[in-house]
Design a protein around this ligand. Structure first.
Ligand SMILES: [Cu+2]
Length: 226
C-alpha cells in the first residue's frame, strides 16, 4: 500500500505491473536524454558568438532532426503497444470474479460457485482502532488465491465507477450496461488496496477495494464459510 514516504509506484504484485514499471523507466531514460540535449543546445547557443547568423537553409540538418525524433517515437510506441495488448490478454482463467460498483460500495460474485457473493463496505472510522487502515479497509475483502490466473469482470449498477488497484497495474471502468474484463495474477500473498477512480458521487472517496491474496488452500477453506 501507499504510505506517506511513497513517492513513486507501489511495489508490484503482478507481472503486468512489473512490465509497466520497466516501460516507465524506459520512457524516463529517453525523456532525460532529450531534456539534457535540449538544455545543452540552449546553453551553447546562448554562450556562442553569432557565427551562423547568415544561415537560411540546411537540407541535411533538417532531414536529420526530423528522422531522429521519428525513430525515438517508434522506440517508445512499440513497447507501449506490446503492454497494451498484454493487458487485454486473458487466457484460460481458473477463476472468475465479478465486481459490481454501487453508490457507494462494491459487491462481488464468485460465479464459479453458487451463493458466493457479498457486499464490500468501507469500515467506519468511528469503529476503527489505531492500527487499522483508515479510509482503506473494508468489512468483506476480495479473497483471491495467488499463483493462478483470475479473470475479473467489472460492471456497475448505477453510475460509472472504476475498479482500481495500483500494485496490480489494473484500472477497469465499471460502466452500467457493459462488462469489462481484466486479469489478476498475484505473485505473492498480502493485502492490496485500491480505490474507486471515477468520480461517482458524494461518497466516491469512501468505496475502497481490498484484495486479500492467499494460498489456494486458504482460499478453498474461505469458500467453505459461505
Ligand atoms: Cu467513485
Amino acid at each position: 500500500m501507499c504510505t506517506w514516504m511513497c513517492f513513486s509506484f507501489q511495489d508490484s504484485v503482478s507481472p503486468l505491473m512489473e512490465q509497466l514499471i520497466v516501460f516507465h523507466d524506459h520512457v524516463m531514460m529517453v525523456l532525460i536524454f532529450i531534456t539534457l540535449i535540449v538544455f545543452y543546445m540552449m546553453f551553447s547557443l546562448y554562450l556562442s558568438s553569432y557565427v551562423n547568423r547568415n544561415l537560411l537553409e540546411g537540407q541535411f540538418i533538417e532531414f536529420v532532426w526530423t528522422v531522429i525524433p521519428a525513430f525515438m517515437l517508434v522506440f517508445i510506441a512499440l513497447p507501449s503497444l506490446r503492454i497494451l495488448y498484454l493487458i487485454e490478454e486473458v487466457n484460460n482463467p481458473l477463476l472468475t470474479i465479478k465486481g459490481v460498483g454501487h453508490q457507494w460500495y462494491w459487491s462481488y460474485e464468485y460465479s464459479d460457485f453458487s451463493k458466493v457473493d457479498f457486499d464490500s463496505f468501507m469500515n467506519l472510522y468511528s469503529e476503527s482502532s489505531l492500527d487499522s487502515f483508515r479510509l482503506l479497509d473494508v468489512d468483506n475483502r476480495v479473497v483471491v488465491p495467488f499463483g493462478i490466473q483470475v479473470r475479473l469482470l467489472v460492471s456497475s449498477f448505477d453510475v460509472i465507477h472504476s475498479w482500481t488497484v495500483p500494485c496490480l497495474g489494473l484500472k477497469l471502468d465499471a460502466l452500467p450496461g457493459r462488462v469489462n474484463q481484466g486479469l489478476i495474477y498475484l505473485m505473492r500473498p498480502g493485502l492490496f488496496f485500491g480505490q474507486c477512480s471515477e468520480i461517482c458521487g458524494s461518497n466516491h472517496s469512501f468505496m475502497p477495494i481490498v484484495l486479500e491474496s492467499v494460498s489456494l488452500y486458504s482460499f478453498l477453506s474461505w469458500l467453505m464459510s459461505f
